[in-house]
Design a protein around this ligand. Structure first.
Ligand code: ADP
Length: 521
């Protein structure tokens, strides 16, 4: 495939040739029309000159001096008239192609040049001359087929003068069209010589200009190649404020490289964090196994080491499970089994778990609001999301604190909100934007015990679950005062009921209170 530069040059050459051809044709047509118009005017001048000669002869010699009557050859035949000898001699001296016709259309005089024409051409000339209107700019072209040596075609006009009638009715003059054809032909010839020269000069110029225009693109390609090798993602393409196509392309590419840099950095961070998180339990595991294998270790210590090893294995299994969940979520190949799920029993169930966990942690757990709603959800994943938020609240709330769980419908937006409020350690405003990042944890020292500290993946997974259910997960928190995590999910119970009742079914009141009042009435 030829380069854009070559293709542009070829296209330019095509356009130039077409433009030259169109220009040449238009010029030829216009020039030829003007030349024929000039020729017509000349023919009129010629005809008027002949008429003037006849008129002046008549004025000088009297009306009878114009014509001679030809003696009758056969008795009864129409009387024939011809120009007088003196007038014919005067006209003979004028030269050129012309015919003098009487009112009956008969030729009373033909010039020497006309008399020399071939019989066929002469009769065609007379025929056209008779049809030609007298006066005005009307002109006709008569091809001369037999007499190519003198002229190939005549442009003829007719002029009349009533004062000379009845003997002379009209004078028809003709001029060879060769002169009118010559100028346009010369023009086309010149153009045919000049056009290739113009093409020859302009093509290298077009190629050069194309090269100059595409040089910044070449530079851009080189720069992008240099940047996208993976190690130079911090570099950016130069942009200028002209806002032309190339600078806009550079800005767009810069934005893309920025996103790539961000993704690469996140990937590197993720791999480093994951390795780090696996390294600690592996080190502990190795120490435990070595302790168990040491013959000098006592049986009791062995049991403790094995228990610790088991805990670390469970922790690693948790981590791998979380990583797998996130990896599948990223790939979008996590099959959620979404079905209509009533939230009230689910929240009651997680509340019971929360109460047990809260008792262990010395916290009060309450469920002040519990409305019902049905959502289209994967029950297992939703339970995981709710428990994640509850365990966090318990983990990050000091003994004696309080955790409140609620499930409330938001009638206007058609959503249901599950929230977990705690009176715990809270999150600093500066940390809030990062808490959903993978492996992010606020100062580890703030978690109540090292065994309970997680990997910083729980909220990332919770956010993914909420989003996968077309919902959101939001947080409000104040350091030292506590946090509220709220999951909002779209309600589907109305939709489910409508579908079950079939099309055209009246829409039931969605709210429980509404429903109760409807039943009462
Ligand atoms: P972890 O397993 O470390 O709890 P998460 O992703 O669940 O990981 O939470 C990320 C971080 O957000 C936690 O390390 C903690 O610093 C902070 N966090 C989460 N929930 C709360 C909460 N209820 N109160 C205070 N801090 C919280």
């Amino acid at each position: 495939m030829a380069s854009i530069r070559t293709r542009l040059t070829v296209a330019y050459a095509g356009a130039l040739v077409s433009a030259l051809a169109a220009f040449g044709t238009a010029l030829y047509v216009a020039r030829r029309a003007a030349a024929y118009q000039d020729l017509g005017h000349q023919a009129i001048v010629e005809a008027d000159r002949i008429l003037e000669t006849v008129r002046s002869h008549q004025a000088a010699n009297g009306p009878g001096s114009i014509a001679d009557t030809v003696p009758l050859e056969t008795p009864g035949a129409p009387r024939s008239v011809r120009l007088s000898k003196e007038l014919s001699e005067r006209l003979e001296r004028l030269g050129g192609y012309f015919i003098v016709l009487d009112p009956g259309g008969r030729s009373v005089y033909s010039s020497f040049a006309v008399r020399r024409l071939h019989r066929d051409d002469l009769s065609q000339l007379q025929e056209v001359a008779l049809r030609l209107p007298v006066g005005g700019d009307a002109a006709a072209r008569v091809p001369l087929t037999r007499d190519t040596a003198v002229a190939r075609r005549l442009l003829i006009v007719a002029r009349g003068d009533t004062s000379i009638a009845p003997v002379v009715s009209r004078v028809v003059t003709g001029l060879p069209t060769e002169t009118a054809d010559l100028a346009p032909r010369l023009l086309v010839g010149t153009m045919l010589v000049i056009a290739p020269l113009v093409l020859l000069l302009s093509l290298p110029l077009a190629y050069y200009i194309g090269g100059r225009t595409f040089r910044p693109v070449d530079q851009l390609i080189n720069e992008v190649e240099a940047i996208t090798d993976g190690r130079s993602l911090h570099r950016r393409l130069p942009t200028d404020p002209s806002n032309d196509e190339l600078s806009r392309l550079s800005s767009t590419l810069n934005a893309m490289i920025g996103r790539l840099e961000h993704s690469f950095a996140a990937l590197r961070r993720f791999t480093a964090d994951a390795s780090h998180e696996l390294k600690t339990p592996l080190t502990v595991l190795r120490a435990d196994v070595e302790r168990v294998m040491n013959p000098s270790t006592r049986t009791g210590e062995r049991a403790i080491a094995l228990e610790e090893a088991l805990q670390e294995i469970a922790r690693m299994a948790d981590l791998v499970d979380s990583l797998l969940t996130l990896a599948r979520a990223d790939e979008g190949r996590f099959d959620l089994v979404r079905e209509p799920t009533r939230l009230e029993p689910l929240v009651r169930e997680v509340f019971e778990t929360a109460t047990i966990l809260g008792e262990d942690a010395g916290l009060g757990v309450a469920l002040p609001v519990l409305e019902d709603a049905t959502v289209l959800a994967d029950r297992r994943r939703l339970r995981q999301l709710f428990l994640n938020l509850i365990t966090n609240a318990i983990k990050y709330t000091p003994r004696g604190g309080r955790v409140e769980i609620s499930l409330a419908r938001r009638q206007q937006s058609g959503e249901v909100a599950f929230s977990v409020r705690d009176t715990g350690i809270g999150i600093a405003a500066a940390d809030l934007p990062y808490i959903f990042d993978r492996f992010w944890r606020a100062d580890r020292a703030r978690s109540r015990s090292s065994e309970r500290s997680g990997f910083g993946l729980g909220l990332a997974i919770a956010q993914w679950i909420a989003q996968a259910h077309s919902g959101t997960l939001a947080v409000q928190s104040r350091l030292g005062r506590g946090s509220v995590f709220t999951v909002t999910l779209p309600i589907t119970d109305d939709l489910v009921r409508d579908v079950a009742a079939g099309p055209g079914a009246a829409r039931e009141p969605a709210d429980r209170t509404e429903r109760a009042s409807a039943e009462a009435s």
